[in-house]
Design a protein around this ligand. Structure first.
Ligand code: FE
Ligand code: FE
Ligand code: MG
Length: 161
């Protein structure tokens, strides 16, 4: 890691790494929730919903990569064991045991709302303190806001049918 790069962060770096690791756990669980949801979902608008879930899964995986890059730059160790995802997650995991479009949309909207809270807090924390992490969490927050909006639009289409 770059020592000077770590020095310029005006925050407790170890605490920041821990928060980024918690978000990393969320991203992997969100990735799998979308990925498996896209496989099992059934009901009206299925084709459209599958496309959206697959797109979001790819976004969550990309977010995981962005977080790991920053954790490593800060001299941290990214989560190495999947069992730790469950231990440190903020937003948890909702298994799509009921594969109906409505239930899967509800579960993922709830997940996005949690993600929006998590990244909004990271944006507030890093603003004016860490000019490198800040744009990363802003970019992820913008994606999570878009995800929530996309899923709520699908829910409205579903209800209008
Ligand atoms: Fe994400
Ligand atoms: Fe998302
Ligand atoms: Mg989308």
């Amino acid at each position: 890691m770059g020592t000077k790069g770590r020095e310029i962060v005006g925050l407790d770096v170890d605490q920041l790494i821990q928060l980024l690791n918690k978000a990393l756990a969320d991203e992997w669980l969100a990735y799998y929730q979308y990925w498996i949801g896209a496989k099992v979902v059934s009901g009206p608008l299925r084709g459209q919903v599958v496309a959206e879930l697959e797109e979001h899964a790819a976004d969550e995986l990309r977010h995981a990569g962005m977080l790991v890059t920053r954790i490593l730059q800060l001299g941290g160790t990214p989560i190495l064991k999947p069992e730790d995802w469950y231990k440190i997650t903020n937003c948890g995991y909702d298994a799509p045991e009921d594969p109906s479009v409505k239930k899967i949309l509800e579960q993922n909207i709830k997940g996005e709302q949690c993600a929006i809270d998590v990244y909004n807090k990271l944006v507030e924390l890093t603003k004016d303190k860490d000019p490198i992490t800040y744009p990363v969490v802003v970019e992820i927050l913008a994606d999570e806001v878009e995800h929530e909006d996309d899923l709520q639009a699908l829910m409205e289409d579903l209800e209008r049918k």
